[in-house]
Design a protein around this ligand. Structure first.
Ligand code: NAP
Length: 323
């Protein structure tokens, strides 16, 4: 394990197992052998991202895990090795809420120069229960920067690594919350004041729209982008403060309705390994897409908006080109 930078590892080591993803409607049941592949998964230190990294590593891919908390990431690494002892994992630093940190990771990856075959934009926060609108050192609202802008600047910084010979597949982790959201870019008139869920939904919609534009612009270079969402997965670290105060019956109910973190990893795993038709994305098959195995579903209407996608992309490009 390389702890400080990006390091080559043997791409010919074979997979520990083929990770099961689940199936429905023609989407594969297991990941292919990814023994020659290199993957990068954000938010792999816990929750759904850990399970995405575990499955990709078990299928043989070298998995770069950019993290902001090395101690937590070391626990995630040990957990992945418990089930995938031959996992090829690379921990490296990333705080999506800091543009300096995002640019530093992009620079390290570009310097290393090797293409990335599977990119999973999964890290995310939702500050439910916290009425304060948090603005970071770069001047952006926290959901906006962590969930959308940090990822967008990272992608723009490593674009040249995405034209991999086999065609990089990018999975963009959105949320059911994006279906009802409006994009709020800095300078836009704020709709209805700050609410954490509104800010979260807006950031996830912006990320999804950015992903759609990436697919349009980089498709000719072999970059294939698929959006996805995990349904609901109660047993992850997200919105931990709110969950800690939920009643036991609410906890039981959400567990009954939701996916486990491993099940919730399915849509992103399919999105980054299988072909998803235009106008569709990968979501859980169950009622209201809350849980179930991954299926190709109709993309939320708000994600099918090329003008909004172009606007979000251009904003990210302006930020990426400054500083
Ligand atoms: N769970 C659900 O019900 C649900 C529903 C819809 C969508 N999602 C989406 O699924 C994704 C994964 O969520 P989860 O439920 O697995 O949550 P989680 O357990 O809290 O995992 C989130 C991951 O994102 C990382 N992260 C947060 N802020 C970061 C930052 N500033 N820089 C770098 N990494 C950062 C976290 O790292 P740390 O270890 O440093 O905190 C963690 O690894 C998110 O994008 C979320 O929006 C989840």
């Amino acid at each position: 394990m390389e702890r400080s930078g990006i390091r080559r590892s043997d791409p010919h080591r074979s997979a520990d197992t083929h990770a099961t993803v689940g199936t429905a409607f023609g989407i594969p049941t297991a990941l292919p052998d990814l023994g020659a592949a290199r993957a990068l998964v954000t938010g792999a230190s816990g929750g759904i991202g850990l399970e995405i990294a575990r499955a990709l590593a078990a299928a043989g891919a070298e998995v770069i895990m950019p993290v902001r908390d090395r101690e937590k990431a070391a626990r995630a690494e040990a957990e992945i090795r418990r089930t995938a002892p031959r996992a090829r994992l690379v921990l490296t630093d990333l705080d999506l809420a800091s543009l300096d940190s995002v640019r530093a990771l992009a620079a390290r990856l570009v310097e290393d120069g090797r293409p990335i075959d599977h990119l999973v934009l999964n890290a995310g926060i939702v500050l439910l229960g916290d009425p304060v609108r948090h603005v970071g050192a770069d001047g952006y609202e926290r959901h906006f920067q962590t969930n959308f802008l940090g990822h967008a600047v990272l992608v723009l910084g490593i674009l040249r690594l995405l034209a991999s010979p086999s065609g990089t597949r990018v999975a963009v982790q959105t949320s059911l919350a994006a279906a009802f959201a409006h994009v709020q870019l800095p300078g836009d008139v704020e709709r209805g004041g700050y609410r954490p869920l509104r800010a979260y939904g807006s950031s996830k919609l912006a990320l999804g729209l950015f992903g759609m534009e990436l697919g349009r612009r980089a498709g000719g270079d072999g970059v294939r982008v698929a959006l996805c969402h995990p349904g609901i997965a109660p047993d992850t670290g997200i919105a931990a403060d709110l969950r800690a105060t939920a009643s036991p019956s609410a906890g039981r109910m959400s567990r009954r309705l939701g996916n486990t973190p491993a099940q919730a990893a399915g849509p992103a795993l399919v999105a980054t390994t299988a072909d998803v038709a235009d106008g569709r994305f990968v979501a859980p098959a169950g009622t209201f897409q809350l849980s179930g195995t991954p299926v190709a579903s109709r993309l939320f209407r708000r994600l099918r908006d090329p003008a909004a996608s172009a606007r979000v992309w251009e904003f990210a490009e302006r930020v990426a080109s400054t500083g």
